[in-house]
Write a protein that binds this ligand. Structure first.
Ligand code: SAH
Length: 409
């Protein structure tokens, strides 16, 4: 195996389980004898050693400033049952936090560095695991990983791979970036996508990972949706950026008077209607509209419409650090529009999933929005991503979802 030797003292962070080796920490690379080129191949497994030749770990080589992402610390090569053990450990965490229940089979099983599997995301929807690789190394391991999922997770019968949008753009990729890795004949091959349903806290959602965003569903809002349910009774609710209607279903179950779901995507709106019909077949108090958020709010305002509770869960406004300023302006603008439409004594649930926008900056943008429209607000809750999205202490970038619940006077 290719060996990466670090500069003196650069081993310290790895000994504290920091999962990355930066290219600047490397003294030299000793290539495996079978190598033709003069550098490791992207995605290749390499062993990392200190300047004193101590084994520090084994990981995937990457082109860029992060040169190695460590999979196993203190090991010269990947342990024989590595994938089974790591997947089993991730499952144990989800079991320990009470997520695996008859009324809940929707959860994130692997959250990258947060589960000691850098570059890998796995979401479980009933009998199907949907896998996303963010590195060439993880792409290369997809088959072993799929086998481990099948054997270690009792519910999983199918594994779908969806990495066309997440693999490094320029990297050389062998094989398909999307498609079934394992498909169980009995439960799956006869099924159309129309028939994939998953349960979150007792509510059914159709999951369309093929055409949907991310792995098909936003698993990260589960706890925050449950909080909306607690506050929904008797309220007129607007779920803006609703996608497949997660917050809407919880609000309906919480006894809301009405729920309006809005998303720019007609496909999302079709799914919201399907999900509402499945869970609340008799509901007459739900409307779903395909519209742009800004246009919808402007039009409703002109017509004098107001709400008791508004949820704003926009897509990431800043995908990169250099877009933060514009993103903050966007958050201020959309929050001002929403706050204006909340009746006195109403509630706003507002979120940012932009990792590059920190909690303080987001809070300032939301407070500026309230000031801009002359409304007094107080924070009732500060919200985060849930427990199945654990954060590695050395990888704060794994923390991305932030939300505020405001009481609006
Ligand atoms: N709240 C959702 C997730 C929201 S994801 C849930 O709980 O599942 C963000 C959504 O915003 C996407 O569905 C996307 O289609 C929608 N969106 C993006 N731009 C929009 C715009 N300008 N107006 C309305 N919706 C928009």
């Amino acid at each position: 195996m290719t060996t990466v030797i670090l500069k003196p003292h650069k081993e310290e962070s790895l000994k504290r389980y920091h999962p990355w080796v930066f290219s600047g920490a490397i003294a030299r690379v000793v290539l495996d004898a079978k190598h033709k080129g003069d550098a490791p191949e992207e995605g290749e497994l390499v062993c990392v050693r200190s300047a004193a030749n101590e084994v520090l770990g084994v990981g995937h080589w990457q082109v860029g400033s992060i040169a190695v992402r460590i999979l196993a610390f203190g090991a010269e090569e990947l342990p024989k049952d590595f994938w089974a053990e790591r997947i089993h450990a991730a499952y144990q965490v989800r079991e320990a936090i009470g997520l695996i229940r008859p009324d809940n089979d929707t959860y994130r099983l692997v959250h990258g560095e947060g589960d000691w599997l850098p570059g890998l995301i796995v979401d479980v929807y009933a009998d199907t695991a949907v896998v996303q690789a963010h590195s060439v190394g993880m792409h290369g391991c997809r088959k072993e990983l799929a086998e481990a999922l099948l054997h270690e997770i009792p519910q999983v019968k199918n594994v779908y791979y969806k990495s066309d949008d997440t693999l490094p753009f320029k990297a050389p990729i062998d094989g398909e970036k999307t498609g079934w890795l394992i498909r169980d004949d009995e439960t799956s091959s006869s099924r159309d996508f129309e028939e994939y349903w998953s349960t979150e806290n007792g509510l059914s959602f159709r999951i369309d990972w093929l055409r949907g965003q991310k792995t098909g569903f936003f698993v990260d809002q589960r706890e925050n949706r449950a909080l909306v349910e607690r506050y929904a009774k008797g309220k007129e609710v607007l779920n803006m950026f609703c996608y497949t209607g997660g917050f809407s279903l919880y609000a309906l179950r919480g006894g809301s008077k009405t729920v309006d779901s809005v998303d720019v995507s007609q496909k999302a709106i079709d799914l919201v209607n399907i999900n509402v019909a499945r869970n609340f077949p008799k509901a007459t108090n739900h409307t779903a509209v395909a519209a742009d958020a800004f246009e919808y709010l402007t039009k409703q305002k002109a017509e004098g419409k107001t709400y008791d509770l508004i949820i704003l869960d926009p897509p990431a406004f800043a995908k990169h650090r250099d877009a933060v300023k514009n993103a903050l302006r966007g958050y201020q603008r959309i929050n001002a529009k929403a706050i204006e439409m909340i009746r006195p004594g109403g509630i706003l649930f507002t979120f940012s999933c932009s990792q590059a926008v920190d909690k303080e900056a987001f809070r300032l943008a939301v407070f500026s929005a309230a000031a801009q429209v002359g409304r007094k607000v107080r924070i009732l809750h500060q919200l985060h991503q849930p427990q199945d999205h654990p954060i590695n202490i050395y990888h704060p970038e794994g923390e991305y979802l932030k939300g505020l619940v405001l009481y609006v006077e």
